[in-house]
Design a protein. Structure first.
Length: 388
């Protein structure tokens, strides 16, 4: 195997090892994919200030996210279908995150269930929920997360309806995958992936099947999923969800300062500046461009995290230096998982940590908690000067 030195190396290996429909699920955006692309390219417009003759010994990337000690300001984002990227994928990613000392967030639409992950890890993980129509299912989902001792709840608010993702539609994406001549031919070339899937019983949305009313198999699941998301979501409903959870609540999917202020008003402990990885509203601002204005609006009132576009440790450095308390990574860990399983997730975290640590030192800082905008060169008008 060639030397793996960056996240892009993992992505290339991932592309070779995972069936096309699941690779496309991760590596795609909605409509023209403008926002998907700019989530990463906008980071490149921010430059770093190199400093010299500064004591770089005794560096630390350790900090806290929602009161939890972390080895670096990173959490694994909730990613649906992770268990189809690699057999038992959520369990493997959670184990890697636990060993590395960063939070793992389990998606409601995961392949491995809350109970599966809890039984195979020793520390609490975060749990993500969508705002769904089925109120009884939601209440029981919260109770299951509490029983599993999940340490934070992440409420995703930017998926009231699905943005159109052309590749997913054309690939007939589903869990288990739809077996067409094309998909079977492609899966037949992914021997390692196929053997893993044959060796596990976890191949469907186990948080839903057998738990949601009327959902007992793949066919009933498809109908439930198509009607599950609640288009009538408003801040009052989010306030009610907040009351159902005793621990920290993180609201994910904020891209406008006005919505950030609403999140403060409903009592959230943190927000995640995110455009769903460019998979919802195409043409929306990249998360890193939206961050400065949100920090100016609420940065002293609530903890702010950033998601979407993180591919390097320097991206983490830039986000934290602009005020974010931490970041979430989705695709970066999925690449590693699909490429090499649990070891691949660990490799992704090691790469990001080394890049963060080295770049921080070369900017003249020894502690991630001291990062600020002084180490950045941000182009004029980066956060946007728009006509009202």
């Amino acid at each position: 195997m060639p030397a793996i030195t960056c996240i892009e190396d993992l992505r290339r290996l991932y592309e070779r090892r995972v069936p096309r429909m699941f690779y496309d699920y991760a590596e795609t955006g909605s409509w023209t994919e403008q926002t998907f692309r700019e989530n990463t390219t906008d980071f490149q417009k921010i430059y770093l200030r190199q400093r010299v003759a500064v004591d770089m010994a005794g560096r630390s990337t350790a900090t806290q996210m929602v009161g939890q000690d972390v080895s670096m300001p990173v959490a694994l984002a909730p990613v649906g279908l992770t268990g189809m990227q690699c057999a038992d994928g959520e369990i493997k990613a959670a184990r890697a995150a636990e060993k590395f000392g960063v939070p793992f967030t389990l998606s409601t639409l995961s392949i491995c269930s809350i109970e599966d992950v809890a039984e195979n890890t020793s520390k609490p993980f975060w749990f993500q929920v969508y705002t769904l129509r089925d109120e009884d299912f939601m209440k029981r989902l919260f109770e299951r997360a509490k029983a599993a001792k999940c340490s934070a709840l992440v409420i995703t608010v930017d998926l009231q309806m699905m943005g159109q993702r052309h590749k997913d539609i054309k690939n007939g994406l589903s869990a288990p995958p739809k077996l067409t001549l094309k998909s079977v031919a492609n899966m037949a070339t992914k021997v390692q992936w196929g053997l893993g899937m044959l060796g596990t019983k976890r191949r469907e949305f186990r948080n839903v099947v057998g738990h949601a009313s009327g959902v007992s198999d793949a066919s009933s699941l498809t109908k439930w999923t198509a009607e599950a998301f609640d288009p009538s979501l408003d801040w009052e409903k989010i306030r009610e969800f907040r009351k159902m959870w005793d621990g920290p609540v993180i609201i994910k999917g904020i891209i406008d300062p006005r919505d950030a202020k609403e999140a403060v008003n409903v009592g959230a402990d943190a927000i995640v500046v995110s455009n769903h990885g460019g998979r919802q509203l195409d043409g929306a601002l990249s998360s890193i461009r939206a961050l400065p204005e949100i920090m100016d609006a609420v940065g002293d009132k609530i903890e702010v995290h950033l998601d979407s576009g993180i591919r390097t440790g320097q991206d983490i450095l830039k986000a934290v230096s602009m005020g974010a308390k931490g970041v979430m990574i989705g695709r970066s860990f999925v690449y590693g998982l699909g490429a090499m399983g649990e070891d691949g997730v660990t490799k992704a975290l090691e790469i990001l940590h080394k890049e963060l640590d080295t770049s921080m030192a070369l900017c003249g800082r020894r502690d991630v908690k001291t990062l600020d905008r002084d180490i950045l060169m941000i182009p004029e008008g980066f956060s946007g000067r728009w006509e009202s």
